[in-house]
Design a protein around this ligand. Structure first.
Ligand code: ZN
Length: 475
């Protein structure tokens, strides 16, 4: 599922007209103020939402926000103390407050017909608002007393990263925000929003490499991880490395603010610590003399597993999450690319963390990548299916997208939805050849089942690697 502001605006505009019409056709107020209500079932994309009822209050139909949002793949955070509900992830989120008709989004405030209210531990929000904000068509069927919600395009989504600065500006303007920490291809990659001067050291008993990042703190993505915000240690699980046991990171000191990253080793190994743009890289190798990424004629490939942490992406028929599927496929891609001696790999994430879209672009830009590939699973109505790949720029990226589509399609055996042009942020703002792959549909029962299978994922991963290699050989 893709998150794209422009598309989002289009959906909202298109849907608003439908929603307005439908809302007017909803049952009129009973005249008995809020005490008099009717209850109706809710169908989303042809599926009945269990334990979900729409309630009509003073002529406004209200729906349970958590159930609807989560079915659409948006996270919902509820703060009991403030009565605030946050849908989606900051900064591209919507914030509602119990008892207040004003909702806040990055583009401004929106007034609802009725204020959200709590009933039986369930928060109800006007259907019209939910429809317009989440890109849903809304239909009310009086005879069966049912509200029908229909996703409009294949990737309904909340607005993506706003053009303005993050909601939590750094206290010190010289301080760097650490946006992502990942480990793949025997390489630790730390992405910051401005330059940092890393200080490395090796400690023995047990062996470990310590990297301190002076004047740095966690960026909004990593801060979503609650343990990161409280200064506790976050562990990044590492697979496929004989030398590395795990990676840990924490806010080591608050004054001066310092992020510390520790590579716990199974055995002593050499390493090289260096920067590239605002990336901090630690290459592990036994002689400690490996060439920096992208040198010795090597091509730099950035693999971007979509979504992560509180952003699950599309939710499958059986509840499987896009973020888990794409991470699993991407780690298999990483294991295969590691064996390619002429490719240096960087992953935007190697665990269940959230990286803003701009942060993903930044990693690829700083890495001076030769290829950027974002990996996703699609979401739509239950009968939609197929594999598709997107590129933003015909000259730069179409050949990459075509090649990836050809290989992955052969591996999935799904319907051919083609290699197509689209304006998604991660492929538009990256300046190297870039493509966004949608392997198949999480919302299609057959495709979801296959995409969660290890052997199928391995087949897709091989196809992705074959596509990347074919593209690099011909470019
Ligand atoms: Zn996605």
């Amino acid at each position: 599922m893709r998150f794209e502001r422009n598309m989002w605006k289009k959906i909202a505009a298109m849907v608003l007209a439908i929603v307005l019409t439908v809302t007017l056709a909803l049952p009129a107020a009973t005249g008995q103020a809020s005490a008099a209500t009717t209850e109706t079932g809710i169908m989303l994309d042809g599926r009945k939402l269990d334990n979900a009822q729409a309630i009509t209050v003073d002529g406004t139909t209200m729906v349970p926000i958590r159930i609807v949002s989560e079915q659409l793949g948006h996270s919902v955070n509820w703060n009991q103390a403030t009565g605030r509900i946050q849908i989606g992830s900051a900064p591209a989120s919507l914030t509602l407050t119990l008892g207040s008709r004003t909702a806040a989004s990055y583009s401004g405030s929106i007034t609802m017909q009725q204020a959200p209210f709590l009933r039986s531990n369930t928060t109800y929000v006007p259907l019209r608002f939910v429809g317009s904000q989440m890109g849903l068509a809304v239909r009310w069927e009086q005879s069966s007393g049912t509200v029908y919600l229909q996703t409009q395009l294949e990737a309904p989504s909340l607005p993506t990263t706003p053009p303005t600065a993050p909601s939590t500006p750094p206290a010190d303007s010289n301080r760097a925000s650490i946006n992502s920490i990942s480990f793949s291809d025997n390489r630790l990659t730390i992405s910051a929003d401005s330059s940092v001067k890393p200080e490395g050291s090796v400690l023995r008993g047990p062996d470990r490499i310590v990297v301190d990042l002076p004047d740095s703190s966690f960026g909004p993505g990593l801060l979503q991880n609650q343990t990161a915000s409280t200064g506790q240690v976050v562990t990044l699980h590492v697979t496929g490395s004989s030398a590395v046991k795990q990676v840990r990171y924490s806010l080591f000191s608050q004054s001066p603010s310092t992020v510390r990253v520790v590579i716990d080793l199974n055995r002593s190994t050499g390493h090289k610590l260096y920067t590239r743009g605002n990336l901090v890289l630690v290459d592990l190798n036994d002689d400690g003399a490996a060439a920096p990424i992208g040198t010795d004629g090597k091509k730099v490939v950035v693999i971007d597993p979509g979504h992560g942490d509180q952003d699950p992406g599309g939710i499958g028929v059986t509840g499987k999450r896009e973020k888990d599927m794409v991470l699993s496929v991407s780690l298999k891609v990483a294991a295969l690319l590691k064996q390619e001696s002429n490719i240096d790999l960087i992953m935007t994430r190697t665990d269940d963390t959230f990286i803003p879209l701009d942060g993903r672009v930044k990693i690829a830009q700083d890495a001076k990548a030769d290829v950027f590939l974002s990996i996703h699973g699609n979401a739509a109505s239950s009968n939609a299916g197929g594999t598709e790949t997107f590129y933003a720029d015909t000259k730069r990226s179409k050949a990459l997208s075509d090649t990836i589509q050809k290989h992955v399609l052969a591996a999935t055996g799904f319907r051919d939805r083609g290699s197509k042009q689209a304006n998604y942020l991660v492929i538009r703002k990256t300046t190297m050849p870039a493509a966004l792959l949608e392997i198949g549909f999480m919302t299609n029962a057959n495709e979801e089942k296959l995409m969660m299978q290890d052997a199928f994922q391995q087949k897709v991963a091989k196809a992705i690697v074959a596509g990347i290699k074919e593209y690099l050989a011909n470019s």
